[in-house]
Design a protein around this ligand. Structure first.
Ligand code: ZN
Length: 166
């Protein structure tokens, strides 16, 4: 596993154990080159999902996009890495068991919102306000791509950067 900080190809596993719900293996890794520590998760993938975007385009499902968008909504909230990991797992599981290899981008957004509503009300409001605003202008995947590009530019409530609708 490559070090995400310095790119070194040779990192060491320091600790390896199942997560609380036993659906994945959590590994603590160490990079001998830059001394960074990071965590990886090994989990089951039931099927390869394809995301159907509103304009009819398709792209491979990307679990990390969901994770990143939730991390942003949960910024500074008292939710552990493992709680979030479990939540993303259950979201992916729900999408995978929907019976179809294609999922609509909107469907992903709705499931993420439902999950955040359960996990943390503040994060839910943050996510919902960004998502619902955005849905009028473009599709959810483009929103996620935005997040991938520059999370600090996201107009989260409380940041006093968003433009009010008139
Ligand atoms: Zn490194």
């Amino acid at each position: 596993m490559r070090c995400p900080f310095c790119g070194n190809q040779d990192t060491q596993v320091k600790d390896s154990r199942p997560t609380e719900d036993n659906t994945s293996i959590r590994r603590r890794r160490f990079c001998p080159q830059c001394a960074a520590r990071f965590t990886t998760f090994e989990r089951v993938q039931l099927r390869d999902l394809v995301v159907l975007k509103s304009e009819g385009k398709r792209e491979p499902f990307d679990r990390d996009k969901i994770l990143r968008s939730m991390q942003i909504a949960l910024r500074k909230r008292p939710i552990s890495e493992e709680q979030l990991e479990r939540m993303v797992n259950s979201i992916v599981r729900r999408l995978e068991s929907s019976g179809d290899n294609e999922v609509h981008a909107n469907q992903i957004g709705e499931v993420v919102m439902e999950s955040l509503a359960e996990l943390d009300p503040v994060a839910y409001v943050r996510y919902a306000s960004v998502y619902k605003d955005f849905r009028e202008a473009a599709d959810f995947n483009e929103f996620l791509e935005e997040i991938g590009r520059d999370p600090s530019e996201l107009p989260l409530p409380g940041k006093k950067k968003s433009t009010k609708k008139k």
